[in-house]
Design a protein around this ligand. Structure first.
Ligand SMILES: NC(=O)c1ccc[n+]([C@@H]2O[C@H](COP(=O)([O-])OP(=O)(O)OC[C@H]3O[C@@H](n4cnc5c(N)ncnc54)[C@H](O)[C@@H]3O)[C@@H](O)[C@H]2O)c1
Ligand SMILES: O=c1ccn([C@@H]2O[C@H](COP(=O)(O)OP(=O)(O)O[C@H]3O[C@H](CO)[C@H](O)[C@H](O)[C@H]3O)[C@@H](O)[C@H]2O)c(=O)[nH]1
Length: 330
């Protein structure tokens, strides 16, 4: 049985991965400081409360468990905040990742999966975006992720640390069994905000900008189901554990939906009225991000099962209704 350290495993994406790894019979150790994650979202395995900023925490976890590979999800993720508070982002996303990699090397662990993002590309020169597309991040969040990708490249060349970088486009949806879902605080992502408006938790959803160079003037994104992302991680992990060399993969469905289209689809799925306000554009946003995930399909054998936007929204809606019910009871 292989032992996997899931760094940031109490967060949205990490918690879904922990659930899948346990199902697949991996031994799972979650390392998290709970800054944005939740202890109750870690459904099994062992939990280690620790901070990437603290090399002693890291050393302890590596010395305590026979770790075969690391999955690194821990970072700050708000594009807008990264523009106003870049220090926070460079520190946690870059400097703290350096701590993790150095301790991995010190402890002889040389296999890592890294959560990268479409935000490394910036305003695209062409869509869909393949792995070779030039990198020109439009905000500090994207820059920190691109810096880590480059760092990983250098660490492989110099120290033989193999890494697979998975560049998610927009992670969305929830565990189809409704045990887990998205719970960011504050929530900044479009689909959960739209659904919280549909459920009555929020009064309205503000559309950020209507003058982008897109058919309806609102930003286009490629939403990918959390469960499909998890499957891609599993495939990449298996390759990495079997000695595959470092690589990068774009993960998305290759279909772009505008902010307006997402709201319309949410109205259809929920059958609720959603009050929309049109506001200014958000700093750091790009008009259109759509993935070309051919490489992941061909080399990893990735085959997304929930590519349909309405299914993604349906699962997130199921989760939102459950959250609301629990809050009502509490
Ligand atoms: N959500 C998306 O759409 C999306 C898209 C592309 C990439 N990503 C990347 O995926 C990863 C996970 O995103 P998410 O939405 O699950 O975020 P999240 O905030 O829900 O999860 C991050 C987790 O990392 C933990 N963490 C943060 N800093 C830490 C530190 N210094 N030490 C220990 N633990 C720490 C948090 O407590 C949290 O549990 C991030 O790296 C993010 O950049 C997310
Ligand atoms: O209240 C809102 C929230 C979002 N949006 C718009 O909806 C789209 C999606 O926004 P999200 O905040 O849901 O996600 P992002 O596209 O900003 O995603 C970025 O941040 C993510 C991490 O949080 C990932 O890293 C992703 O790759 C990166 O592009 C954007 O055009 C945004 O302007 C609104 O109009 N109103």
């Amino acid at each position: 049985m292989k032992t996997i350290l899931v760094v940031g495993g109490a967060g949205y994406i990490g918690s879904h991965i922990v659930k899948l790894l346990l199902k697949e019979k991996y031994r799972v150790i979650t390392f998290d400081n709970l800054s944005t994650g939740y202890r109750h979202a870690v459904l099994g395995g062992e939990f280690f409360l620790g901070d990437l900023a603290n090399r002693d925490d890291l050393r302890r976890v590596f010395q305590h468990y026979p770790i075969d590979g690391v999955m690194h999800f821990a970072s700050f993720i708000q594009v807008g905040e990264s523009v106003t508070h870049p220090d926070k982002y460079y520190q946690n996303n870059f400097v703290n990742t350096l701590n993790l990699l150095d301790i991995m090397l010190e402890q002889g662990v040389k296999a890592c999966l890294f959560s990268s993002t479409a935000a490394i590309f910036g305003e695209p020169l062409y869509v869909p975006i393949d792995e070779k597309h030039p990198k020109n991040p439009a905000n500090p969040y994207g820059r920190t992720k691109w810096m880590v990708e480059q760092l990983l490249n250098d660490y492989d060349r110099a120290y033989g640390l193999r890494a697979i970088c998975l560049r998610y486009f927009n992670a969305a949806g929830a565990d189809p069994e409704c045990q887990l879902g998205e719970c960011h605080e504050p929530e900044t992502h479009l689909i959960p905000l739209v659904l919280q408006t549909a459920s009555g938790r929020r009064k309205s959803i503000t559309v950020f900008g209507q003058e982008y160079d897109t058919p309806d003037g609102t930003c286009i994104r490629d939403y990918v189901h959390i469960q499909d992302l998890c499957q891609a991680h599993l495939l990449a992990l298996e390759q990495l554990l079997h000695g595959a060399p470092s690589d990068v993969y774009n993960l998305g469905n290759g279909a772009g939906f505008s902010v307006r289209e997402v709201i319309t689809s949410a109205q259809q799925v929920t059958q609720r009225n959603i009050t929309v306000i049109y506001g200014a554009s958000r700093a750091g946003d790009t008009a259109r991000l759509v993935a070309d995930a051919t490489k992941a399909r061909q080399q990893l054998g990735w085959n997304p099962q929930f590519a349909d936007l309405s299914t993604i929204i349906q699962h997130a809606w199921q989760w939102e209704l459950q959250q609301l019910q629990q809050k009502g009871r509490g």
